[in-house]
Design a protein around this ligand. Structure first.
Ligand SMILES: NC(=O)c1ccc[n+]([C@@H]2O[C@H](COP(=O)([O-])OP(=O)(O)OC[C@H]3O[C@@H](n4cnc5c(N)ncnc54)[C@H](OP(=O)(O)O)[C@@H]3O)[C@@H](O)[C@H]2O)c1
Length: 336
């Protein structure tokens, strides 16, 4: 089968290769992949900033395709079913444990830049009928994370949600927060992207280049109340302001490190406003299933910025790694 291998921790180390089609073991399913989608995580793997991979490897956490063969003992799936294999195949539900993190598609297990992959049947989620393979491939990491963020803070029509930037997770969170009836404020470096976010339902927009104190602007836009949920994607350069933008009892949902991993923060506002700092590691298969169900119920369609061919995977990585030009998700067509 055709694959794209990552030969080492470098964006220049992506190369076409040929590998044997894997055989599904007991409890596994062979999936014929039809699409993949990139996350910032995949760039981190390809630049040596994410621990775990052994090179050469087949990269990219997220994908979607159809069931091609069932291993022994597999029930509930049939050849031809449209499925998404989850990034964390061994974390089905419940609390995170160290053993559930060992298997990570596109990091310690074969990823999605391959025509076929064998995965545990329990790690599959059915693709909502209204989504294409390309759209579905964008869900596992980003939609699961955005879904957990919105659910973590009991968001409803009374809530304000602050989203940082217009990348993959933020745009899913915008869609889910609006589906929960919340008011959404979103930041971006680009007025054009902010205008696009408004068409998706964003109520307040802040250009964080033109308004560097976006925490103060969030307080202004909420009459001093602050946000009930801040989806913290930035890390070093944004964490302190995310805390500053959170209201009393608000949640800062910590997922990202786009600007580095070691912020300096003042603990006083965290204590005084009883702010909840909640970390997140994507989420289990059950959270992906719930996110997919919400997308089906609300007829939400992932925002796909651009679709690349598998032979052009390096360009897809470069588009994401550039960090500034995309809005939502970047996808890759896999196979014929
Ligand atoms: N822990 C978890 O569970 C989890 C899960 C998924 C993702 N993540 C992490 O979350 C982060 C976002 O992931 P993603 O896949 O959504 O990334 P992405 O699609 O690459 O989004 C990046 C966007 O972030 C915005 N951005 C960059 N610097 C910023 C800054 N200083 N302030 C505000 N926004 C800034 C930019 O938006 P504009 O172009 O609009 O300015 C950029 O387009 C990454 O660090 C990723 O590793 C963590």
């Amino acid at each position: 089968m055709n694959v794209i291998e990552l030969a080492g921790p470098s964006l220049d180390a992506l190369r076409p290769a040929s590998r044997d089609v894997p055989r599904p073991g007991r409890g596994e399913v062979l999936v014929r992949l039809r699409a993949a989608s990139l996350n910032f995580l995949d760039v981190a793997v390809a630049t040596g900033a994410y621990p775990g991979p052994t090179f050469p490897m087949v990269p990219v956490a997220d994908g979607a395709g159809e069931v091609a063969e069932l291993g022994d003992g597999v029930e509930h799936w049939a050849v031809g079913d449209r499925v998404m294999p989850h990034f964390l195949p061994d974390w089905q539900d419940g609390s995170l444990t160290p053993s559930t993190l060992a298997a990570r598609r596109g990091v310690t297990r074969p990823g999605s830049l391959a025509e076929y992959v064998a995965v545990p049947a329990a790690s599959l989620v059915a693709i909502p009928d209204h989504l294409s393979f390309v759209e579905a491939a964008t869900l596992p990491v980003a939609a699961t994370t955005a879904w957990r963020a919105v659910r973590s803070a009991a968001i409803g029509p009374h809530s304000t949600v602050l989203l940082l930037g217009t990348g993959g997770v933020s745009i899913f969170a915008l869609q889910f927060a609006k589906a929960h009836g919340a008011r959404v404020i979103i930041t971006s470096s680009s007025d054009e992207k902010l205008a696009r976010a408004r068409t998706l339902g964003a109520d307040g927009t802040i250009n964080y280049r033109q308004t560097p104190d976006w925490a103060a602007e969030t307080l202004r836009l909420t009459a001093g109340r602050g946000a009930d949920l801040v989806l913290e994607t930035g890390g070093a350069e944004t964490f302190a302001q995310s805390v500053g933008a959170a209201g009393i009892g608000g949640t800062v949902f910590v997922i990202g490190f786009l600007t580095g991993t070691q912020p300096t923060i003042d603990v006083i506002p965290v204590m005084e406003r009883e702010i909840r700092i909640q970390g997140n590691h994507t989420g289990p298969v059950a959270a992906l299933r719930a996110a997919a169900a919400a997308m089906a119920a609300h007829r939400l369609v992932p925002v796909v910025d651009r679709v690349f061919e598998m032979s052009d995977a390096a360009a897809a990585y470069a588009h994401l790694a550039g960090g500034k030009s995309h809005f939502g998700k970047i996808a890759v067509n896999v196979g014929a």
